[in-house]
Design a protein around this ligand. Structure first.
Ligand SMILES: NC(=O)c1ccc[n+]([C@@H]2O[C@H](COP(=O)([O-])OP(=O)(O)OC[C@H]3O[C@@H](n4cnc5c(N)ncnc54)[C@H](OP(=O)(O)O)[C@@H]3O)[C@@H](O)[C@H]2O)c1
Length: 259
């Protein structure tokens, strides 16, 4: 029987590519996002191409009740989640006093709260079964503060910290937890975050297929806990450890500014 993987944010970008990758490797896939039309199209494409089962669940994870309802709907259908990919997330660019608080609260709900709830519900079952995998999508933003995207960087620092702690707690129970930390990647993310003209995205982005390929291999084959795709991103995240944090924060601000 195929293993089943649940992917949040499957309707575009990294999540969509992970859906193809897991299906191609013989996994049944649970597709979750708000855009039902996109998920249905993806589901048909995957079932035709790879002969695996797909399930579509539409959910707005910025709603406080959504994660619990998603978990309960999956239980009601009697589906076992063997692998959880917490990928849904978004950012917001701007000076903190000017950005919209409601958008930032939604971001915290999606990037932090929903991710934590899904780790709790499905992770607990994995621990009881003594088997399972969770991949949380953090970012290279997780490694330092990010002026002009202050809340987003802080959410990703949380995701990295939580993932490393759970990896430690659950390793003896046979459950592997990892954090994928991509740098700027070509997806719908920069449009959603109003980041198109930021120097960060003008100075070169990584191809989404390469990010997913590396994430999949490091997680499924090499059992890595912290996965930073791309040599440039790995060098950056390692080198900042040796610099004063204030200096790093100033550099990030320069990189984030619009050209
Ligand atoms: N692209 C980058 O440069 C980059 C770098 C580092 C980390 N990341 C992280 O990678 C993850 C995926 O982003 P991406 O780059 O693939 O961007 P994307 O193309 O914009 O995809 C974001 C996904 O999240 C879903 N989503 C957003 N809000 C949601 C909500 N309220 N409820 C349910 N689903 C929601 C979207 O689906 P719907 O709109 O259909 O709901 C979409 O499928 C995010 O966690 C992001 O922070 C991205």
């Amino acid at each position: 029987m195929n293993k089943t993987v649940l992917i949040t944010g499957a309707s575009s970008g990294i999540g969509l590519n992970f859906s193809h990758k897991f299906a191609q490797s013989g996994h049944d896939v649970i597709l979750v996002a708000r855009s039902e039309g996109k998920l249905r199209t993806l589901s048909e494409e995957i079932e035709t191409k790879y002969a695996v089962k797909t399930y579509v669940f539409t959910a707005d994870l910025s709603k406080p009740e959504a994660s619990k309802e998603l978990y309960e709907s999956i239980k009601e259908k009697g589906i076992q989640v063997d692998i959880l990919i917490n990928n849904a997330g978004f950012g917001l660019f701007g000076e903190f006093e000017e950005t919209e608080l409601s958008k930032e609260l939604d971001m915290i709900q999606v990037n932090i709260t929903a991710l934590t709830e899904l780790c709790k519900y499905f992770g607990k079952e994995m621990v009881n079964r003594k088997e399972g995998r969770i991949l949380n999508i953090a970012s290279t933003a997780a490694f330092q503060p990010g002026p002009l995207m202050a809340v987003y960087y802080a959410t990703k620092a949380y995701v990295l910290s939580l993932s490393e702690a759970l990896a430690n707690e659950w390793a003896p129970h046979g459950v592997r937890v990892a954090a994928l930390c991509p740098g700027a990647t070509e997806t719908g993310f920069s449009d959603a975050a109003e980041l198109q003209s930021s120097k960060l995205f003008q100075s070169g982005v990584m191809n989404v297929e390469d990010v997913v390929e590396e994430g999949y291999k490091q997680m499924m084959t090499n059992n890595k806990t912290v996965i930073v795709p791309g040599v440039k991103n790995r060098m950056l995240t390692k080198s900042i450890r040796f610099l004063p944090r204030k200096m790093v924060t100033n550099i990030v601000r320069k990189v984030q500014e619009r050209v």
